[in-house]
Write a protein that binds this ligand. Structure first.
Ligand SMILES: [Zn+2]
Length: 141
């Protein structure tokens, strides 16, 4: 009985060791001081030529600016991080149009038409007022 028990314990130990080795994964260390799982601490595991596993830090995703009014993505502008955008040339930051790089073409068109119509309305009102006024002026004089 005792021998059987010993053998059984031996087998179990062996299995335990095998299982541990199977589960063994290389533990990774951060390469920077920041130790919280934040947005700016995103990373990917990479195997080096020497066979080690190491963290590669990822940059935040680049964004295309959106129209200030309708929130549509603006065309003709290169996606970049804010600091990167400040560094790239002017041509890649804007479009050569009034409100280029701020509003989309549809919103600019709408604003131009609206402004034009308001001005026209003012002129019409002025004309109507001028037509109504002359009789009053004659009464006064
Ligand atoms: Zn728009």
């Amino acid at each position: 009985m005792n021998i059987l028990l010993y053998i059984l314990i031996g087998v179990l130990r062996f299995l335990l060791v095998v299982k541990r080795k199977g589960n063994m994964v290389q533990r990774l260390q951060f390469r920077r001081r920041l130790s919280y799982n934040t947005k700016s601490n995103r990373r990917r595991i990479v195997r080096t030529p020497g066979g080690r596993l190491v963290y590669h830090y990822l940059k935040k995703p680049k964004r295309i600016p959106r129209c200030g009014q309708c929130k549509e993505k603006l065309r003709g502008i290169i996606p970049a991080r804010p600091m990167e955008r400040a560094r790239i040339c002017r041509r890649k930051q804007t479009v050569k149009r009034a409100y280029g790089g701020v509003l989309c073409h549809r919103c600019v068109k709408e604003r131009i038409i609206r402004a034009f119509l308001i001005e026209e309305q003012k002129i019409v009102q002025a004309v109507l007022k001028a037509k109504q006024e002359p009789p009053k002026q004659t009464q006064k004089s």
